[in-house]
Ligand binder design. Structure first.
Ligand SMILES: Cc1cc2nc3c(=O)[nH]c(=O)nc-3n(C[C@H](O)[C@H](O)[C@H](O)COP(=O)(O)O)c2cc1C
Length: 405
C-alpha cells in the first residue's frame, strides 16, 4: 500500500458534486500518516462546509485570499511553501480552466502558482464537460507543465449520464498520490539505517540516554523506501511509527546496536548511521536499584564500540554515511570525523537550536565528502531526507562507476 507518512498534503476542493467524497479522502490520507491542510474555493463551499473538513483534517480550513484576517497565520505563500504536494480533488472544469491560464484570483489558484511542490488534479465533471474541446486543451496544457492527472473514471454520473468524468475513488487517489514520491534512485539496493537514541543502563530502573527523537533517521528510512531501496531500520527506543515497507529491528543499548549492525551490514550496499549512539556505557550495571546515600556519587563509564568506524573499516565496507550532531564548529568537527573514520559522506547538523535538531520537525544539514560539500538548507526533516538520499544515490553511483573503471 501507499506510504504518505509525514507528508504535507495541501488538498484543494473545488465546486463539484464529488466534493462530498473529499471528506473521506482526507481521512484516507490521514490514515496513511499525511498531514492534510484543506483549501476550498467558494464554489466548493456551496456543496460542502469548511466545518466538515476542519473536523476531519484536524486543521483550520483555508478559504480566502483577499482577507487580512484569513491571511494572518498561514497565508498563501506560507501554505505554498509548507506543502510537499498540492492535490486538487475534485478539480472542476472551471478550476482546470483557471489553473491552465495561470490565474491567481482566489486562494487555491494563487497557491498553485506560488508553490514549487508537485501539482495533481483529480478531475470530476459531467461527461460532456469532460469531452469539451476547451477542457481537453486545458488538461493538455497542464500535462505539458507536469501537472499530474489522476482519472477521471468512467460510470454513472450524478446527473444521470454515463461516461468518463467521475472522480476516482478516494483510495485510488491516495494510491496515485503516493506514486508522486516514488523515485528509482536506489532501486535494487539494500540500505541499512540506524535511528534514535540508545539507553545505557545504570541499574534496573535507571539509564543514560540523549534527546534523539529518531525523526531524522526515520525520515531518511522513508526517503530510501521511496527511492526504491530495500531498507533495514535499526532503531533505538522512540515514540514514532516506522515507515511502512521497512524491516525494523529494535535495539536498546549501544552494544545491541553494534551487534545488530555488524550482523546485518555485510548484506547491505549502503549504511547510514543516524542514531545518536552513546559514547560511554556503564560496565558494571548494579543488580539492584542504587540507593540514595552520600551527597555525591561517581559513575565509572567506559567507551562504547564505535560502530560507524567499525563498519567503515570492514574489508568490503558498504557506502558509509555518518551523521554529526554538533553544538559548535559544525564543519570543522564533521570534516575531522569524515577523515578519521574513513566515511564516504557525513551529514552535519547543529543541535543547539531548539527550532532545529533533535525533537523539532525541521532541520538543516551540511553534507561533506572527500573533496566536496553541499548545504541542504532549513526544511522539514522529510524533505531534507529526500534531498540527502538523492545526494547519497548520486555519490554511491559515482563510487561504483569509479570502482568499475
Ligand atoms: C448541482 C451542481 C453540480 C455541479 N457539479 C459540477 C461538477 O461535478 N464538476 C464541475 O466541473 N462543475 C460542476 N458544477 C459547476 C461548478 O460548480 C461551477 O463551474 C463553479 O463555478 C465551480 O467553481 P470552482 O471551480 O471555483 O470551485 C456544478 C454545478 C451545480 C449547480
Amino acid at each position: 500500500m501507499s506510504n504518505l507518512q509525514n507528508k504535507r498534503v495541501l488538498l484543494g476542493i473545488t465546486g463539484g458534486i464529488a466534493a462530498y467524497k473529499s471528506a473521506d479522502l482526507v481521512r484516507r490520507l490521514k490514515d496513511q500518516g499525511a498531514d492534510v491542510r484543506v483549501v476550498m474555493t467558494s464554489g466548493a463551499q456551496s456543496f460542502v462546509t469548511p466545518l466538515t473538513f476542519q473536523a476531519v483534517s484536524g486543521n483550520r480550513v483555508h478559504t480566502d485570499l483577499l482577507n487580512p484576517n484569513a491571511e494572518a497565520g498561514m497565508g498563501h505563500i506560507e501554505l505554498a511553501r509548507w506543502t510537499d504536494v498540492v492535490l486538487i480533488a475534485p478539480a472542476s472544469a472551471n478550476f482546470i480552466a483557471r489553473l491552465s491560464h495561470g490565474m491567481a484570483d482566489d486562494l487555491l489558484t494563487a497557491i498553485c502558482l506560488a508553490t514549487v511542490a508537485p501539482l495533481a488534479i483529480a478531475p470530476a465533471m459531467n461527461q460532456q464537460m469532460w469531452q469539451a474541446s476547451a477542457t481537453k486543451e486545458n488538461c493538455q496544457k497542464l500535462a505539458e507543465r507536469d501537472v499530474l492527472q489522476f482519472g477521471p473514471g468512467s460510470g454513472e454520473q450524478a446527473c444521470g449520464d454515463i461516461g468518463l468524468g467521475r472522480m476516482l475513488e478516494p483510495l485510488e487517489i491516495v494510491e496515485s498520490l503516493s506514486g508522486v514520491f516514488q523515485t528509482r534512485e536506489l532501486q535494487g539496493l539494500k540500505v541499512l539505517i540506524t535511528a534514535g537514541p540508545t539507553r545505557e543502563a545504570m541499574d534496573p530502573v535507571r539509564y543514560i540516554t540523549n534527546h534523539s527523537s529518531g525523526k531524522m533517521g526515520y525520515a531518511v528510512a522513508q526517503a530510501a523506501v521511496e527511492a526504491g531501496a530495500e531498507v533495514t531500520l535499526v532503531s533505538g527506543p522512540v515514540a514514532i511509527q516506522a515507515p511502512s515497507g521497512v524491516t525494523k529491528l529494535d535495539i536498546v543499548s549501544a552494544k545491541d546496536l553494534s551487534d545488530v549492525v555488524m550482523q546485518e551490514v555485510e548484506t547491505h550496499d549502503i549504511f547510514i548511521s543516524a542514531a545518536a549512539v552513546a559514547d560511554y556505557y556503564c560496565p558494571a550495571i548494579a543488580d539492584q536499584k542504587i540507593k540514595k546515600s552520600g551527597d555525591e556519587m561517581t559513575l565509572i563509564l567506559k567507551k562504547t564500540q564505535d560502530v560507524l568506524a567499525d563498519v567503515a573499516a570492514l574489508t568490503k565496507p558498504p557506502f558509509t554515511v555518518g551523521f554529526a550532531a554538533e553544538t559548535e564548529k559544525l564543519a570543522e568537527h564533521a570534516k575531522v570525523k569524515l577523515k578519521r573514520k574513513s566515511l564516504n559522506m557525513i551529514a552535519a547538523n547543529r543541535v543547539d537550536d531548539p527550532e532545529l535538531g533533535f525533537h523539532s520537525d525541521d532541520n538543516a544539514l551540511h553534507v561533506f565528502w572527500q573533496g566536496g560539500e553541499q548545504e541542504l538548507s532549513r526544511n522539514s526533516k522529510q524533505k531534507l531526507a529526500s534531498e540527502l538520499i538523492t545526494l547519497v544515490a548520486h555519490r554511491y553511483k559515482l563510487k561504483i562507476d569509479n570502482n568499475n573503471e
